[in-house]
Design a protein around this ligand. Sequence first.
Ligand SMILES: [Zn+2]
Length: 113
Amino acid sequence: MNNCMLCGQTLFGRRDKKFCNDFCRNTYNNHLNKENVEVIRITNNKLKKNHKILKNLVELSKLSVTRTELELLGFDFNLVTSFDLSDGVVYRKVYDYVIQQNADNSMIIKQIT
Ligand SMILES: [Zn+2]
């Protein structure tokens, strides 16, 4: 026997039933969507911030940076749109920008055209 995922009431009928009525189903799903929207919004904002930091640096022709400099500007290294490792060189992309981290840990920012 299952219980309603929202109110916990015992459910009768179909074995795959998850909610006792439409109200419980809709309330549950709306709540889930709100939480997902919030998580996506926060992640998107962090990615946007990373993108803006790289864009500003390229516009200032400051293409050579250190990890510390980027971190001080608020760059979040956990949030990139792709990550590649090739011959000891790390490539972190944030949309149309790439940070190339060389074997000596020096970093170069490039805009992908
Ligand atoms: Zn219910």
